[in-house]
Design a binder for this molecule. Structure first.
Ligand code: SAH
Ligand code: SF4
Length: 349
């Protein structure tokens, strides 16, 4: 049996655990603060506690939730990917991205995983191509953010955004993912603002309805990629179960309930979904919906042979959408030299 993962506890659970060792009540808060305010990652760092308590924590709780196996940095130095081993030998990847002076400040974003592999089987996604292995626990999700925040802190920088866009489908691990974000959002701990999180889903419709009613302020992104069912189903098998009109109905409800803009993701694949005609069909579907389109030229993966759209075609796609009033950003390829781009994450097992 492995010890409980320290990041799996919320505050009351952690406090109860520490108290059960015969410690006074305030010790629980000291441990919590050490984890989430100081970003201490080993018992030895808790020098405000007695040696015997530090030893007890090390014996009874698991601190090294994520063991870094390999870290790779892109040539431009702006993207860093770490492959972690989990307690059962499974592997996940987490990516830290640096953006210069966007919106007036430097941004450091971590892209986190919610599952080992993914069961949604999207054809162009390396994580989908490896299949579903297991769910991550809330602590394994939290630990990725703390790891990134600590790395950045040690380099004199600050984590500014978290995107739940790594390996896995977060709404297929819905409760656990929301638990993890709530732990990171807790104002008495890590205190990471809700609006700095973005969750991306392939479109599990019932959970979008639920999310709309959850009363949380996280940003929502939807992986759309096609505006016609036949094309979408050919790339995203989940579309057979949750077709586009049902998906957009749920999106409209989300915007109505939250008054928040929704982002649609669109991997641009040459000759498939990047034509002006496709842009018009998309624009018709999105009419009247408060939204933004994030178009990402397709990143290469082993199991998919589509080609990425070039800059000129991407520009025409964007302009076509904008002519009819839908804002669109073309995302630059990032971290492709180290397979850290969207849809390229996988374990090595
Ligand atoms: N499972 C979630 C989040 C992880 S994927 C989801 O699908 O939304 C993050 C984003 O990368 C999604 O929009 C996904 O569709 C996109 N993506 C997957 N493979 C890609 C590829 N090869 N090139 C570009 N984007 C890709
Ligand atoms: Fe899973 Fe998202 Fe990849 Fe689809 S794109 S297989 S939902 S991780």
């Amino acid at each position: 049996m492995t010890n409980p993962l320290i990041y799996d506890f919320d505050f009351p659970e952690l406090a109860a655990r520490v108290k059960s060792w015969g410690e006074p009540k305030f010790r629980g808060k000291q441990v919590w603060d050490g984890l989430y305010k100081n970003l201490w990652t080993t018992p030895e760092e808790f020098t405000n506690l007695s040696k015997s308590l530090r030893e007890k924590m090390g014996e009874l709780l698991k601190f090294d939730v994520l063991k870094p196996v390999v870290t790779q940095e892109s040539k431009d130095g702006d993207t860093r990917k770490t492959l972690f081993e989990l307690h059962d030998g499974q592997q996940i990847e987490t990516v830290i991205m640096h953006y210069d002076r966007e919106e007036g400040q430097d941004r450091n974003t971590v892209c986190i995983s919610t599952q080992v592999g993914c069961g949604m089987g999207c054809k162009f996604c390396a994580t989908g191509q490896m299949g579903f292995k297991r769910q991550l626990s809330s602590g394994e999700i939290v630990a990725q953010v703390i790891y990134a925040a600590r790395e950045l802190q040690d380099a004199g920088e600050t984590l500014t955004n978290v995107v739940v866009m790594g390996m896995g489908e977060p709404f297929h691990n819905y409760e656990t993912t929301l638990e993890a974000l709530a732990r990171l959002n807790d104002e008495n701990g890590f205190n990471f603002g809700a609006r700095r999180f973005t969750i991306s889903t392939v479109g599990l419709v019932p959970l979008i309805w639920k999310f709309a009613d959850a009363g949380v302020q996280y940003n929502l992104a939807i992986s759309l990629h096609a505006a016609e069912d036949e094309l979408r189903s050919s790339m995203l098998p989940i579309n057979d179960k949750h077709p586009i009109n049902k998906l957009l109905e749920a999106c409209r409800y989300y915007v109505e309930q939250t008054s928040r803009k929704i982002t649609f993701e669109w991997a641009l694949i040459e000759g498939v979904n990047d034509t002006p005609e496709q842009a018009y069909i998309l624009a018709r579907k999105l009419k009247g919906l408060m939204c933004h389109v994030n178009a990402i030229p397709l990143n290469p993966t082993q199991g998919f042979h589509g080609q990425s759209t070039d800059n000129d075609r991407a520009k025409i796609f964007k302009e076509t959408l904008e002519q009819v009033g839908i804002t669109c950003t073309i995302r630059a390829h990032r971290g492709i030299d180290i397979q850290a781009g969207c849809g390229q994450l996988a374990s090595r097992l």
